[in-house]
Design a protein around this ligand. Sequence first.
Ligand code: ADP
Ligand code: GLC
Length: 429
Amino acid sequence: MKGRRPLNLLIASSEAIPYAKTGGLADVTGALPQELSKLGHDVILILPRYRSLDHSGRRFRPVARLSVAALQGSPEAVIEEDLLQLPDQERSIRVWAVRQDAFFDRADLYQENGRDYPDNLERFAWFSRSVVEVAAFLHRERNWPTDILHLHDWQTALCSVFLKTTDHDRPELKRVKSVLTLHNVGYQGIFPGSRFHATGLPSSLFTIEGLEFYGSVNVLKGGIIYADHLTTVSPSYAKEIMTPQFGFGLEGVLRSREKQLTGIINGIDTGRWNPASDPFLPGHYSRDDRRGKRVCKQKLQEELGLPQKDGPLLAVIARLTSQKGIDLLEAVIPQLMQRDLDLQFAILGAGDPAHEGTLRQLRTRFPKQIGLHIGFDERLAHRIEGGADMFLMPSRYEPCGLSQLYSLRYGTVPIVSKTGGLIDTVVPA
Ligand code: ADP
Ligand code: GLC
């Protein structure tokens, strides 16, 4: 922090470990606040108060009440707080969860049984509204003016629109700068144009220069236009999203903001992901003493009902979507099985019901070669990283990817497509 003043950083995300997770976004928004705090900044992380917070092993207590206009539910938002102590540090970060049970007291974050919640626009527009109200409240009542509001993906992108339009003249928000990080341009928050009013924005913003996108509302587009700065999660992906192949229709808008767009590769939490001390692993190992990895492999085979063999054990841990190239994998597995390679697979994933079904069929067909767990299981993800020999990521596109970084840390050779963050992190060997 030499020569620089500590900043007040308000980080808003729709997920963060250890509170709520569906993918890598949560790993990043859980770890980044801690690293920024270690650098001396004062960080508040703000999340929706999902039901999953009750099972996170953390305790929240109410600290404030705010009025946040809502089309549904009560206009009153209760703010609950958890203080997260940093490992080996005096410092802690404040985690604020905004409570609106009508929106967030649900079984999952964005969808159930493969179907998005129909009111996701209302839910995250409200959350974004509440984030801006929290920033105003922190300035007014706690003498904590936000320097930077760090937003992540479409779910919080509207905040930057509010700051530059509806809330532009509010004195307590005047100095707030917003940074929007694009973790995945494949998810833009697109909704029917007839629902634009749910954003809480004036209809004058529903134009081609604003949030209108081929007749629909595009929430991420609004964030890209109005954020003070944009980042994405790898230098290669920053270039890719300005092309039609990877921009999903937003390449033009992104090119118009090229000067404000920076690609920064994600970091990983090397304390949480450490094969020498990982509490979920049955054996521990390091670069110098790899004996524990053998134990991890044997236990993993046992856990997944696979015979104990020495042949290569290949892992896949992924959201089961076309982004991750799961269909390529499904097509190639039967071909690989015909060759005499003595391969085994350890597959963990959840998502598209069609992929879940195909993978189950493959497991039935090759019970001795395929170990499969459909569902979300953080502990098993660690045990697979520890026990496998190689990790497959046949992604069609990959903004950064964290699994290949965890694999590198766990001595599990990543085999990846040549795209996005995978280009920037995996050295061809
Ligand atoms: P993405 O964010 O696109 O899903 P990343 O590679 O950045 O991809 O991050 C994926 C993260 O989610 C990793 O921490 C991985 O272990 C985890 N993960 C994905 N699917 C599952 C699952 N079914 N169970 C447990 N963890 C999972
Ligand atoms: C997204 C991307 C993934 C990235 C993660 C965290 O989910 O798909 O590549 O690692 O966000 O930034």
